[in-house]
Design a protein around this ligand. Structure first.
Ligand code: MSP
Length: 652
């Protein structure tokens, strides 16, 4: 049997000084999705994360908390592990820089470089940013003696130190980058790093004496090793480099990807490779920097006090949705703006409308038209080939992006297939095939839709690990019958004769406006007298109209319709022009709801329309039908039809 190809990916190791926020979670979710994706493709993938526990910052925080540094970090590390568990992060190893296995390797590498003559003792005189644990020269500082990275004040540092002669390696580093143009990704970061090195590399201070929470310098116990020299080494200490059991190191090193945010690329793309060069260890294959998650006032960070807690978000919206949103939202190498509203929009549009609704429609029609059984028919339709071709091309289209860790575009490729399938429903019109008795064609259409759903679900499950089980249940499949890796992506692997089992919507729509308007806490029920008063004040109940017979009522044709487009009508404050689908036709309706809904809020909604109302012209626009709404006093709300009743369905 041939050995599987290996894939080794790392995240930065996190400072256990505070609770992690959703910005931190991005790197870990992206690495986890990448690992799962590689496993799906048959790789022996290995994913490392961990915590960076030494240094001045941690020592200070521990002092403030009245704890020893070890007690302090122990308390926080368990919370970080719980967070990763909650977010479904399947790491293969979690390294702590206080682990004995790590300490020994760091000391050995320091000693090796010292003995080679590339580490020497001298005097450091300059500036230090404790939150970033970074040395700066006067020239590098920002205005007012502040840190150029985080903007906080820096401190003078003047102490005896060991220096790593990085300057000696500048040419070798530049040659390496030249020969390996993909080493630093994306290209903008590569260019930044090259120009940084070309400006002249200074030797790096690699030991401190003004505090003691660190790994002792092996040849001089008065010093502790600089926290970044210590931390970067985790990527190989975790693999057992230089120990009696270095089998993992031999198997997985060099790393395929070190992933991090752009603020710490310099440590990974310059300092770390030069440490490795000096220690005669092969360099990693790629260093990839993603952007930041931004809030309105800039980078999400504890120092700004603008952090979002992933635990609260996951409880409110579910882990799959959070993971999907993070990866969908951050374009490759760019910053992304975070807002809860953007998250809700992403859930409502991509997950509820596109993906969830495709499953609901498909299972609803299979049940209604075919007694719940998925079996391809002996005849097809003219729309099948395009759908099947796109399904066949999607894995490679997606892989082109995912392989370089561009998850946002990888998801877009999968969503092209989801959208195509939704359009296929409208074009192939299974309800019309059913009506016309074209059973063989109908069976094929429904099989194709279920098959696309199966393939999309396999492709998206590295991003949303829980989704597959939920979809398989509704499609009547299991992990075995549906398949879970790329070998299952062959068209037609959905077993004929599968019996579906309809279920709850995958992602119920979230009413953002209502959620915002709702009081923070559940109101306590009003006392009877108060309730009566409130009812009296609120209700301007219109008097009842004269009785009608059932025959009168039956003349009204009420139908489910889906809003496709919506726009305001010029100079008409109250009117919106909507295009709605009734399944087998589209029509324009003018509705007096503009003061209660924005056009965007209506798109995608399923409403109820009086379909046989005589057309009328309103502000020059011909309206064919009337949208039903409930109103009381100033409040008005459209009547929404359940999303799994197809457009055109009757309302009785
Ligand atoms: N301990 C160092 C890394 C050492 S790796 C050898 C460190 N830790 S950290 O906890 O401060 O940050 C870990 C990662 O989270 C970094 O890549 C950092 O840039 C990232 N992020 C922190 N805030 C972020 C956002 N708002 N958005 C995206 N990533 C963010 O640095």
């Amino acid at each position: 049997m041939t050995e599987k190809k290996t894939f080794y990916i790392t995240t930065p190791i996190y400072y256990p000084s505070d609770k992690l926020h959703i910005g931190h979670a991005y790197t870990t979710v992206a690495s986890d999705a990448m690992t799962r994706y590689k496993k799906q493709r048959g790789y022996d993938a290995y994913f490392l994360t961990g915590t960076d526990e030494h240094g001045q910052k941690i020592q200070q925080r521990a002092q403030e908390a009245g704890k020893t540094p070890q007690e302090f970090v122990d308390g926080i590390v368990s919370g970080i592990k719980e967070l990763w568990q909650l977010l479904d992060i399947q790491y293969d190893d979690f390294i702590r820089t206080t682990d004995e296995r790590h300490v020994k390797v760091v000391q050995d590498i320091f000693k090796k470089i010292y003995e080679k003559g590339d580490i020497y003792k001298s005097e450091y005189s300059g500036w230090y940013c404790t939150p970033c644990e970074t040395f700066f020269t006067e020239r590098q500082l920002a205005e007012g003696h502040t840190c150029p990275d985080c903007g906080r004040p820096v401190e003078v540092a003047h102490e005896e130190s060991y220096f790593f002669e990085m300057s000696k390696y500048a040419d070798r580093w530049l040659e390496f980058i030249e020969a390996n143009p993909d080493f630093i990704q994306p290209e903008t970061r590569r260019n930044e790093m090259i120009s940084f090195v070309k400006q002249g590399l200074e030797d790096l201070c690699v030991s401190r004496t003004t505090f003691d929470w660190g790994i002792p310098v092996p040849i001089d116990s008065k010093h502790v090793i600089y926290v970044w020299f210590d931390a970067l080494t985790n990527y190989i200490s975790a693999l057992g480099y230089g120990t009696d059991d270095d089998s993992k190191f031999r198997k997985y090193w060099p790393a395929d990807i070190h992933l991090m945010a752009k603020d710490i690329i310099r440590f990974h793309a310059i300092i770390w490779p030069i440490i490795l060069m000096a220690a005669d260890i092969p360099l990693p294959k790629k260093v990839v920097a993603h952007g930041w998650l931004l809030m309105q006032d800039g980078k999400m960070s504890k120092s700004k006090g603008n952090v979002v807690d992933p635990v609260i978000l996951a409880e409110k919206y579910g882990v799959d949705a959070i993971r999907f949103f993070l990866l969908r939202e951050m374009a490759y190498g760019m910053d992304a703006n975070y807002s809860e509203e953007a998250l809700v929009n992403c859930i409502n549009i991509d997950l509820a409308n596109d993906y969830g609704n495709l499953l609901s429609r498909t299972t609803a029609m299979i049940e209604k038209f075919l007694g719940g059984v998925i079996t391809p028919g002996t005849e097809g339709t003219e729309f099948d080939a395009e759908l099947i071709e796109l399904a066949a091309a999607t894995p490679e289209n997606m892989a082109r992006y995912m392989d370089k860790l561009d998850a946002a575009n990888a998801i877009s490729e999968i969503w092209k297939l989801v959208n195509k399938a939704n359009k296929y429903v409208d074009a192939a019109a299974p309800w019309a095939l059913n009506k016309a008795g074209e059973t063989e064609k109908l069976k094929t259409v429904m099989y194709n839709l279920a098959e696309v759903l199966r393939q999309v679900t396999i492709l998206i499950s590295p991003v949303m690990p829980h989704i597959a089980d939920r979809v398989w249940e509704q499609l009547g499949l299991t992990a075995e019958t549906a398949g879970s890796d790329w070998t299952a992506l062959e068209w037609g692997k959905l077993p004929a004769g599968t019996r579906i089992k309809r279920g709850e919507p995958l992602f119920p729509r979230i009413e953002w406006e209502k959620q915002q308007a709702a009081p923070a806490e559940q109101p306590t029920p009003a006392a009877p007298a108060e309730a009566a008063k409130a009812a009296e004040a609120a209700a301007e109940i219109a008097p009842l109209k004269p009785e009608i017979t059932i025959e009168d009522f039956e003349k009204i044709d009420l139908r489910v319709c889906k809003v496709l487009t919506a726009e305001k009508i010029k100079k008409a404050d109250k009117l919106l022009k909507l295009t709605v689908s009734l399944g087998n036709e589209e029509r324009t309706v003018v509705s007096g709801i503009a003061q209660h809904y924005t056009p965007e809020e209506l798109i995608g909604k399923q409403l109820v329309i009086v379909a046989n109302l005589k057309p009328a012209k309103l502000r020059g626009v011909e309206s064919r039908g009337m949208i039903l709404a409930a109103s009381c006093g100033d409040t008005l709300q459209v009547i929404e039809a359940p999303c799994d009743i197809l457009p055109g369905g009757t309302v009785r």
